[in-house]
Design a protein around this ligand. Sequence first.
Ligand SMILES: NC(=O)c1ccc[n+]([C@@H]2O[C@H](COP(=O)([O-])OP(=O)(O)OC[C@H]3O[C@@H](n4cnc5c(N)ncnc54)[C@H](OP(=O)(O)O)[C@@H]3O)[C@@H](O)[C@H]2O)c1
Length: 416
Amino acid sequence: MELPRLDGQVVLVTGANSGIGLETAVALAELGARTIITARDPAKGERAVAEIGRRSGSDAVAVVGLDLADLVSVRRCAGEVLRRYDRLDVLVANAGLVLARRTLTAQGFETTFGVNHLGHHRLVELLLPRLRASAPARVVVVSSDAHKLAYRGLAFDDLQTTRRYVGYDAYAKSKLANLLFVRELARRLDGSDVTVNAVHPGLVATNFAGEGDTRIGGAVMALVGRRVARTPAEGARTSVWAAASPELAGRSGLYLADCAEATPSGHATDDDAARRLWDASEGLLAAADPTTPPHGGMAHTRVVIVPDDYDAQRAWYRDVLGLAVAEEFADGSGILLRLAPGALLELLRPEAAPRRGPRIGIEVASAELARAAFPDDVDATPIEAHPWGHRSFTVTDPEGGRLTFFEVLPAAARGR
Ligand SMILES: NC(=O)c1ccc[n+]([C@@H]2O[C@H](COP(=O)([O-])OP(=O)(O)OC[C@H]3O[C@@H](n4cnc5c(N)ncnc54)[C@H](OP(=O)(O)O)[C@@H]3O)[C@@H](O)[C@H]2O)c1
């Protein structure tokens, strides 16, 4: 497989401390990309960085912590990537698991659905502005032919599998959710030069379903035999192809296997289901997000716009923002985007904002920063004292959407 060099590009592969993800990272690093891997266990992450560096000959490999079973960790990871890297060309959503018993994520989601689908949904969403800014860019989601075992599609009345939990059924549905996510995201990104495709890696001999994760997993592997399974490097090929092949330039919403287009199940091409899953996921994430305030039912994503000289004034802003932990919001309460005011308009694009319209709250260090971001004809009207002590005002953007800005007052002025 002849692929172009990726020198100068930044790629992120989730769950790349082992298996298919690790081999994907090795291959992308060999092609010259600056390679970020995620790992939930820091020690495993460091070992993988050393291995990927040694095998690829690259010294541009780094690890960022990520536990997809905790939205706080997802936000931290996205924040760290945005802070450390000024571009993002490829995001491979590879991490995944299957569990014999029903467990819950930190925010109370059924873990298979929470990790394989919801965590990645949120991570991609948070990194989308950077992917857009680096376009042409690609999102690759590692799904599985196992999605075809979800014979009845998703159970929209029981996405968390509360009724009857069977590990492989929950897994099949989560992999179907991956495909529906890709379908809806591709539709939302149409015309943007950010493409998103799904991959089936084949049956691959990895740690997957091992270590007691599911007895069925072990049984399947024993039955089929590890000998017929692919090596992790073989399993990574389609992911790498999806990330780098010129053949796929501008092509989006596809299901890929064996480095070619494949046919997913009928349920995976159901546009209504894709839209419905998107809305349901947004609802679940908004309700569970630790940044959602108990105010007027408005989900508030803390996107803080800071001026260009932020670094010089960091201490002051930390004070102003009243955060216990400084700029990275290590408490998980938000992400920090260093945007020049002019770039704020980018956030208004429907797919660029984590949440759009009345549902996105943007904190600004001063009202002037927000006003500077908008054309003159945009109406910025102060409205009320915010219960958190922020002065807030709404802005109507040129396309008729509404954003609420919060002018953050010094902690002292808020009586905190
Ligand atoms: N193996 C196959 O036959 C096969 C077939 C079709 C599709 N797939 C898909 O391929 C992908 C990679 O699987 P693999 O076979 O390479 O398995 P693997 O060796 O077990 O790798 C899975 C990766 O995901 C990570 N992960 C698990 N739970 C996580 C969480 N809560 N937060 C963040 N990362 C987490 C794991 O980290 P830890 O090391 O810390 O557990 C590991 O890095 C999965 O999405 C899987 O569904 C695999």
